[in-house]
Every structure is written in C-alpha cells, then in structure tokens.
Design a protein around this ligand. Structure first.
Ligand code: GDP
Ligand code: IMO
Ligand code: MG
Length: 416
C-alpha cells in the first residue's frame, strides 16, 4: 500500500513540510515526476533545508528515499545535493531509478534560449531543461540513468546527433560543452551516482511485499499538469496523482490516501492565467508575509486569494481523500479575506474551469479576518473566524481538511 502527497495549486504549496512531517510514519518516500525545478522546504527547530531532487524523507534516518523512473535528473544538481547532505549518510537510503531520464547541458540551454527568444507567450520556466528532457523522452531519443553503465556506448549514441544539437544551440545564440567535455562530466558524475542506481520499481514492489509503508511525494501542482493544467503555461510532467503510478511503478490499486496540499491563499511563479491574483497592496502583503519567493529560482511569486473553483477541480482530478491547508498564519491580521467562489465568463457565472481560462473574472465571497493563528497547534485554539474560514473552504472544495499548518516549522501543525 502507498499514500500520496500532491500539490493542488501552482506548486510551492508546502509539500515538503507535509512529506517531512508524515515521513516519520513511513519507511520509504518516493519522488515520481519533475526534476530540480522543484524546491521543497523543510524547517526543523528553525533550521531550513531546501530539497530539489532528494525526497523529503531524508531527515529521518529510518526512511529510504527513492528517485523514481518518472523524474528527470540533472546529475550535477543531484551530486551537489547529495554532497551537501552527506553522501555517506545516503548509503542504503537513496535509490535512483535506472529508467529515469538525464537532463543534459543542451536541454537546459534549449529551455533557456527558447524562452528568451519568445517575444510573447514565454512560459516563465525555471530554465532547468525540464521541457526539452521530457520532449526527448517522448520522442524516444532521451538518455536514461542506466546508460551511465556503458559510457562508450553512450558516447556513440550522443556522437551521432551532437553536431546537429550544437548547430541548433548556436543558431539560437547559445553554446554548450563539447562532446568530450560532456562525456568527462558524465564519467565523473557516474562514479558517484551509479552505486545508488537500481531498478526502483522492483525495489518498491519488494518493499511492499515486506509490508513497508510508502509515501509518494508529488512535485509542482495540479494546475501545472501537462494535460489538466493551464496549458501551455504548465510543466512537462503529469503532476496529478495519476502520474505517481507511471512515475514509480506502483500500481494504481495500491494507492490509498491521497493528500492534497493547498495554501490558504494562492500563488503562482512564471506566466499564465491566475484569476484570483491580487496586483495591489494585498498581493504585496501576502508576498511579504508569506515569504513568497521561489525556493529554486528566487523569483517573486504572484499572490492572490484562495480559488475554491480551481481547488475543487484539483481535488476531483486527484481523487483527494483529504487536504492539508497550509500557511494559514500568513492571512493573520487581514480584516477581510476573500475567496474566489465562481467566475464570470462570457457574461455568465460559471463554477468550472473553461477551455479558455484566461478569459474568466473571479467572483468573490468575503470572510471576516482574524488576529493570530501563527504557531497554533490545537484546533480549538484557533480564532473562531479561522475555523469559520476553514469550514467554508471544506464545503466549497468538497473535501475534508485534515491538516492545518500554522508556521514553516515541522511541529506547527494541527490535525483536524
Ligand atoms: P513545496 O514546493 O510545495 O514543498 O513548497 P516550498 O517549500 O517551495 O514553499 C513553501 C514555503 O512555505 C516554504 O518556505 C515553507 O517553509 C513555507 N511554509 C510551509 N508551511 C508553512 C506555514 O504553515 N506557514 C508559513 N508561514 N510558512 C510555511
Ligand atoms: P515545487 O515542486 C512552482 C513552474 C515554472 C513555470 C512552469 C514550467 O517546488 O512546487 P518548468 O521549468 O517546469 O518547465 O516550468 O512551472 N514550476 C513551478 N512552480 N513550484 C514548482 O515546483 C515548480 N516547478 C515548475 O515556474 O511556470
Ligand atoms: Mg517549491
């Protein structure tokens, strides 16, 4: 059996905190999609750890951590993260799928150059090479981690197209390392990484057989899903719960609890529609109080009110059995709190996500604010306006809110 943590908005909902918090009760934590575009923050006793590729179970010595086949891996970033954490501490605790695809320097170069070239419609990607790597995977020309086992064969494969790739990059005005430099780097990285490489699906099936408890850790968020998000302003993987099975090898019948993570308001990094975005002082205040600056790129996150329509959609897509409501404390001190409860679209009120989502206008309901929820650890100690807000959201999203988070710290959470 396995449980699943998945982002319900546009990423950065606080998945890292919840996975870390839950991981003490699990034996294995699995990342199954995305790459180092993700930035998952864990705070324990005021100390902050930002993870990009390592699963958020790493802080518990008993927890094994898997980077599944659905993840795309930039070896240098993984190496840095492993080194910072302590490579020795990861022995027998980190398992990397030999089926995961590798992000090569030309993938990130392409990502950045193509974005820069776009006069209009830039996605605002993280520039990490995620899209081009998944595109190569779909086109069946990608490079998998398992190929590091035979570098001379890999060299032959890359050599066949390297000139072509160099030309594309130079036409776009960029530059990439030579084939030799790339191979040298792959060799260096493979020496560190190969000891951690395995057939991760098989590893997970064996873990299941032994009765181990598995927690699947989603990256990004449902509104960034390649199929169901705000296309083309999305990432290039299946971010909803359905992606967990293909990205890990755990079959669909094994997934039990699906825990959706959402902020008590809403943020988005990069471009694309965001109906409940606040452009004035409210947006600025949320940004400042919530520290809404990207963990991966440092970019300022766009901020706005909770969008109950988008959240209900996300809960449905994921099949959420429960929701964790994060960063409630960031709304402390607001006299009025708004929630988007519907959209105005082609002169009518709707309560769903239409195809041309950029043309909707939010319809709001107002709630009375509260003084302080920061650091509260018991439901009954929350201000009554807070409880009213949570109950109203629960009704609107049609899913139980089972966890409420009141600070970045692992311990500051309420089980409702
Ligand atoms: P993730 O990508 O979903 O793991 O989220 P990020 O780590 O990118 O962003 C969430 C940010 O909010 C991090 O800086 C967390 O430390 C912080 N955070 C998480 N939960 C809370 C909370 O309840 N209150 C506050 N104030 N911050 C929180
Ligand atoms: P976590 O796991 C927030 C966004 C980018 C951009 C779009 C496509 O920390 O929640 P990409 O580089 O993936 O091709 O960019 O997706 N994006 C994220 N936004 N949190 C993330 O991850 C994100 N990963 C990608 O900003 O809009
Ligand atoms: Mg993040």
């Amino acid at each position: 059996m396995a449980d699943l943590v998945v982002g319900l908005q546009w990423g950065d909902e606080g998945k890292g905190k919840i996975v870390d918090m839950l991981a003490k009760n699990y034996d294995v934590v699995v990342r199954y999609q995305g790459g180092h575009n993700a930035g998952h923050t864990i705070v324990v006793d005021g100390e902050k750890l930002a993870l990009h590729l390592l699963p958020s179970g790493v802080l518990y010595p008993h927890c094994q951590n898997v980077i599944g086949n659905g993840v795309v891996i930039e070896l240098g970033s993984l190496y840095e993260e492993m080194k910072n954490f302590g490579i020795d501490k990861l022995k027998n605790r980190l398992f990397i799928s030999d089926r995961a695809h590798i992000i090569l320097p030309y993938h990130s170069a392409l990502d950045q150059l193509k974005e820069r070239k776009k006069k209009q419609g830039a996605i605002g990607t993280t520039g990490k090479g995620i899209g081009p790597t998944y595109a190569d995977k779909s086109s069946r020309v990608g490079v998998r981690i398992g190929e590091l086992r035979d570098l001379s064969k890999l060299r032959d494969k890359l050599e066949a197209h390297y000139g072509e790739i160099e030309n594309v990059i130079s036409t776009l005005g960029g530059e990439i390392p030579s084939l030799q430099e790339s191979m040298d780097r792959l060799k260096e990285m493979s020496e560190v990484i190969l000891p951690f490489v395995c057939d991760s699906a098989k590893f997970l099936w064996e873990a299941q057989k032994e009765g181990k408890r598995i927690l699947l850790e989603g990256a990004q968020g449902s509104m960034l899903d390649l199929d169901h998000g705000t296309y083309p302003y999305v990432t290039s993987s299946t971010t909803i719960s359905a992606g967990a099975c293909s990205g890990s090898g755990i079959n669909i019948k094994e997934v039990q609890e699906i825990i959706g993570i959402a902020k008590a308001y809403c943020t988005r990094v990069g471009n694309g529609p965001f109906p409940s975005e606040e452009f004035g002082s409210v947006g600025e205040e949320i940004q400042k109080k919530g520290g809404e600056f990207g963990t991966t790129t440092g970019r300022a996150r766009r901020c706005g009110w909770f969008d109950a329509v988008a959240m209900r959609y996300a809960c449905k897509l994921n099949g959420c059995t429960q929701v964790a409501l994060m960063k409630l404390d960031v709304l402390d001190g607001f006299s009025e709190i708004k929630v988007c409860v519907g959209y105005e679209y082609e002169g009518e009120r709707i309560d769903y996500i239409p195809y041309d989502y950029e043309n909707v206008k939010p319809i709001y309901e107002s709630f009375k604010g509260w003084e302080r929820s920061e650091g509260v650890r018991e439901y009954d100690k929350l201000p009554k306006e807070c409880i009213e807000y949570i109950k109203a959201l629960e009704k609107m999203i049609e899913c139980k809110i089972s966890i409420i988070s009141t600070s970045p710290d692992r311990e500051d959470s309420i089980k409702a």
